[in-house]
Design a protein around this ligand. Structure first.
Ligand SMILES: Nc1ncnc2c1ncn2[C@@H]1O[C@H](COP(=O)(O)OP(=O)(O)OP(=O)(O)O)[C@@H](O)[C@H]1O
Length: 514
């Protein structure tokens, strides 16, 4: 990749950017240049320093050293407001929208006072048409799909005429069709001269979309490549420094009787815009992985809450774990039966952000070795955290950091490790590898497969169909709070799953034990 285009200076150039957190160099002398209209991927395994670099570029944090040049001129970006004024836009992984407001209102509140609702509505129409971002200005946000919500975020950026748009894992919440639609929009933006910095762990989509890529490892640039000329496997190897193997299935899973039985589970929607569960029937046997596919927002969180005991059912026998009826008992008592739970949201739900990893072991190990008579055994908690860090290759900035100081993927490895190390009889995990790099995703999937191989029942709720086809023995699809039949994975095709996800081939409520 050339640092300077034939026509002059790059749009943006990072020179020797470093960021130090205590002893850790999260970014170490990074050089990177992006030309106008270039779609540039920023790649690297979890903790490589991608978010840190992007936060520096967007004015969220200050670098410890280095310089940012914008069209050849040095700039200092001390806040996102300054970055936006310069021409940077950012679409975050987590949308920051008000559910009750309409599309146009959500856009207007994020803009400066110069924008009134009428101007927003008319410009919204122009941009929607120009970039194929169909949006109805008067629809309330809570009625929209994840793809439509993301369009609002993109339009919000585009209304400010960005010269560089940063997208952080934009397809993790999209269906394959929505992702393809997004790529068409990004291609158009690039053709109009808007540069794009694209962070993703999905290497095939990077190869489809990006013409250049910077690969970070341990805070340093290890390669600058044209991703179209490399295989996804090669790129992954550059990211981690060695080859990533396939998940080994080992001996076929042999199911040995129901560990979880869900019968006629119905539950009203939790929040105003939640999804009610209707007549869910499901069996997970010891020694198998049951996958649950579905588009986000179709009842996955509610199902997780009902299975874990974060929400209680009306009837005790709606959920049976290890032979004990437990629909009306709480999560701690379900853990005592040998069940373990990993929710989707790692920071704030699965882990307490400002507590150290050792303290975070208490969330699910309180009833076991890390506390006695209500007292925390700090040394035992530290030993346990160290064991999890070692077994699950969690990369930490120091021995026992606060959870919020870990990169997203590393925190996910810690949370999954914390549950698996207990050798649960039943593990229920929601989106196990969301935002996790290829190497860490393999480690997590392998751990799930091995756990089932050792005789535990595992339920994996995931939006990632490739993941479910790789690890699950049987699979079902959740759509609008109803579960399809549970069938052996080799009886499903991706197309059939897709139809169920859209609710076109609904088969409900069947209990299919093997
Ligand atoms: N506030 C902080 N204090 C201390 N260390 C931090 C802080 N924020 C990040 N780090 C460390 O900096 C390193 C780089 O983290 P960063 O979040 O930039 O990685 P990443 O490549 O974005 O990872 P992921 O793909 O998991 O999001 C990690 O080792 C992380 O633990």
């Amino acid at each position: 990749m050339a640092d300077v285009s034939p026509s002059g200076s790059p749009l943006v150039e990072l020179k020797g950017i470093s960021k130090r957190y205590g002893d850790l160099l999260a970014n170490d002398g990074i050089n990177l240049a992006i030309q106008p209209g270039e779609i540039h991927a920023l790649l690297g395994e979890n903790g490589a320093g991608k978010s840190t670099l992007v936060k520096i570029l967007y004015g969220v944090i200050e670098p410890s050293a280095g310089q940012i040049l914008w069209e050849g001129r040095p700039v200092s970006l001390s806040s996102p407001v300054e970055a936006r004024a310069l021409g940077l836009g950012m679409v975050f992984q987590h949308f920051s929208l008000f559910d009750e407001l309409t599309v146009a209102e959500n856009i207007a509140v994020a803009l400066t006072d110069d924008w009134d609702l009428a101007t927003v509505r008319s410009k919204l129409g122009d941009i929607s048409r120009a970039y194929g971002l169909a949006l109805e200005p008067d629809r309330a946000v809570w009625t929209l799909s994840a793809g439509e919500r993301q369009r609002i975020e993109i339009v919000r950026c585009l209304l400010q005429n960005p010269r560089l748009l940063i997208l952080d894992e934009p397809t993790s919440v999209l269906t394959p069709q929505e992702a393809e639609h997004l790529f068409v929009t990004l291609d158009k933006l690039s053709a109009d001269g808007c540069a794009i910095l694209y962070i993703s762990h999905k290497l095939e989509e990077v190869r489809r979309l990006c013409r250049s890529a910077t690969i970070l490892r341990g805070g340093r640039v290890v390669a600058s490549i044209d991703p179209r000329e490399r295989s996804a496997r090669d790129i992954a190897a550059l990211m981690v420094g060695n080859e990533i193997g396939e998940v080994r299935t080992g001996t076929p899973h042999v199911p040995k009787g129901a560990m979880l039985t869900v019968s006629k589970l119905s539950m009203p929607a939790g929040g105003l815009h939640g999804q009610a569960l209707e007549d869910i029937n499901l069996v997970a046997n010891a020694g198998e992985i049951v996958g649950i596919a579905g588009i986000a927002g179709n009842g996955q969180s509610e199902l997780f809450a009902a299975l874990s005991g974060e929400r209680l059912a009306d009837k005790a026998d709606a959920v049976v774990i290890a032979g004990k009826t437990c629909g009306t008992i709480d999560i701690d008592n379900r853990r005592r039966l040998g069940a373990a739970f990993v929710p989707e949201e790692r920071l704030g739900h699965a882990a307490a952000p400002t507590h150290r990893l050792s303290e975070n072991t208490l969330i699910s190990h309180a009833a076991t070795e890390v506390s006695r008579s209500g007292f925390i055994l700090l040394n035992a908690a530290r030993r346990l955290a160290t064991a999890i860090i070692k077994a699950f290759d969690v990369r930490t900035p120091n021995g026992d950091p606060q959870a919020r100081k870990l990169s997203g993927g590393n925190l996910q490895k810690f949370v999954i490790g914390r549950e698996i190390i207990r050798q649960p009889k039943l593990l229920i995990v929601d989106q196990p590898t969301w935002g996790v790099d290829a190497g860490a995703a393999r480690l997590i999937r392998q751990a799930l497969v091995d756990l089932a191989g050792e005789g535990s029942a595992v339920v994996v709720i995931s939006q990632d169909l490739d993941e479910l086809f790789e690890v699950a023995d049987r699979m079902a699809v959740i759509h609008q709070g109803r579960l399809s039949a549970v069938k052996p994975v080799n009886e499903w095709t991706k197309e059939a799953v897709g139809l169920e996800m859209l609710g076109i081939a609904q088969t409900q409520g069947a209990v299919h034990a093997v």
